[in-house]
Design a protein around this ligand. Structure first.
Ligand code: NAI
Length: 455
């Protein structure tokens, strides 16, 4: 299987190795870190993990420490006496705090460890979402963790990231989905996810999760899988144990067949805008025992300033990126598919907006909108619907951006200073489509190194 985790770009490699590293240091050039990506036999984190909490949240912190121990992590409950340890991760638990003052000590303890956070280390903040019945003080305490987490992410260096698990609907801190999300954020699988606070609701309790093959026995369909991000998603879902059906337009048939052969999957030549695309997807998965995972990845660009936009440019983008997803979902829901995990590709352009991309941004904002509305519908049948919003990802498409623009685009990304790889998007999708993420529904996870750059 192709190596999906080679470093992002030549500059990043050069400033991290040999003679060019020395020169870059002397000149004070930005030195983006080589991000650590998942390897099946590598440890979960790059060093010991410290779990800190305010007093009221100590019980939850103990429960998380116990779970980390079960994953063979060297876990500590105090930084005292740790000597010159380089932390692989620090988990801040603030689930039960009731006033902003109550969290000060734990937050400052976290701060005191950051200089000793290892390269590619992790900060994960576990909190509860503010809710309708909260007093103003409790709501403030809980909401504060969100801005806090995003800010810590911007302060970290050397490939380290900060993300948050935000419990909703009374989810227990050690419920399967809370633990699964914590594990994703601690692991190398979230290399390019930074500054994200993911709401996690109650979930089924799964015993004996197979963390190496979480998708064993599942059937997945990935659209637009002949190349780029779609091909990486197909490879990653196959790595995690799924049987994968790859879909793309007939014109991409040859590369689609190559991807299918590589992962021992099935190739289906299909234009997702076809009126019966959903029915065709159901037919293609029937002999495999049905469909468990659907990844809406097919997407196109037709960039133009709105003042110059031709109807065909607007319509094509809406048809492929948005309307096809609505139609396929409707056909699958009408057929009563149970336990379906849908993950749709959005984009940071759909959140921040981007000049020349009104059509694309409309389609990607639309994806975020329909995901929120689809979530309760699929939940009735035991499934989930989520979206992933990539930022600057190194693909054939971004390689076509002029050099200077591309270089600026990479380096202004606050702490990671580089674009992501297709594998980074694929890891987030594999996580969201796995049974452990059952409590994550209707959410948008950004895979953007905390940038808000357009596509
Ligand atoms: P790509 O252009 O390399 O690949 C897209 C694939 O979709 C191609 O294989 C294409 O043949 C297929 N496709 C297009 N129209 C189709 C149709 N009607 N039916 C079936 N297949 C069709 O694009 P890339 O970069 O891999 O992007 C994949 C997804 O990720 C897209 O939805 C894109 O909008 C999204 N994305 C990409 C970002 C990036 O930086 N590359 C950033 C944000 C979002």
């Amino acid at each position: 299987m192709a190596d999906q985790s080679a470093p992002s770009d030549k500059y990043t490699v050069a400033v991290n190795r040999g003679f060019t590293k020395t020169i870059a240091k002397k000149l004070g050039l930005p030195r983006p870190a080589i991000l650590r990506r998942y390897a099946p036999d590598a440890p979960l984190t790059v060093g010991p993990v410290l779990v800190v909490s305010d007093d009221a949240s100590a019980g939850d912190a103990d429960a998380l420490a116990k779970a980390l121990l079960a994953w063979d992590v060297d876990v500590r409950r105090s930084a005292e006496g740790a000597g010159d340890v380089r932390w692989g991760g620090v988990v801040l638990v603030g689930t039960s705090a009731e006033s902003p003052e109550a969290v000060s000590e734990a937050v400052l303890t976290l701060g005191s460890t950051l200089r000793r956070l290892a390269g590619n280390g992790r900060v994960v903040v576990v909190s509860r979402a503010p809710g309708a019945g909260d007093s103003p003080a409790v709501a403030a305490t809980r909401a504060g963790f969100e801005g806090f987490t995003r800010s810590v992410g911007k302060e970290l260096r050397a490939g380290a990231t900060a993300n948050g698990v935000q419990l909703t609907g009374g989810a227990a801190v050690d419920s399967t989905s809370a633990l699964g999300t914590l594990r994703f954020f601690l692991s190398a699988k979230s290399a390019y996810v930074d500054g994200q606070v993911l709401p996690v609701g109650p979930s089924d309790t799964l015993e004996d999760v197979d963390w190496k093959q979480p998708l064993a026995g599942k059937v997945a369909v990935v659209t637009g899988a002949a190349r780029g991000i779609g091909a990486a998603i197909a490879r990653t879902l196959a790595r995690d144990g799924a049987k994968v059906v790859v879909v793309d337009v007939p014109a991409a048939g040859e590369s689609l067949a190559a991807v299918a052969n590589e992962i021992k999957g099935t190739a289906v030549q299909l234009d997702v805008t076809a009126a019966d695309a959903g029915t065709k997807i159901l037919e293609a998965t029937r002999h495999l025992g049905g469909i468990d995972i659907l990844v809406h990845n097919a997407g196109i660009l037709r960039d133009k300033l709105l003042a110059n936009m031709k109807p065909a440019q607007w319509d094509a983008v809406i048809a492929v990126n948005l309307a096809s997803q609505l139609r396929i979902n409707e056909q699958l829901l009408t057929a009563g598919v149970e336990g379906l995990h849908i993950v749709s590709l959005a984009s940071t352009s759909g959140i921040a907006g981007n000049k020349g991309q009104t059509n694309y941004a409309y389609s990607k904002s639309g994806v975020i909108g329909h995901t929120a509305a689809t979530a309760p519908l699929v939940a009735q049948l035991g499934g989930t619907a989520n979206a992933v919003a990539p930022g600057f990802i190194e693909t054939e498409m971004t390689r076509s951006i002029p050099f200077a623009t591309r270089e600026v685009g990479r380096r202004i990304i606050p702490s990671l200073q580089q674009g992501g790889l297709p594998i980074d998007v694929a890891e987030a999708i594999a996580f969201l489509s796995s049974p452990v993420a059952h409590g994550v529904n209707g959410q948008v996870l950004r895979v953007c190194g905390q940038s808000m750059l357009g596509k």
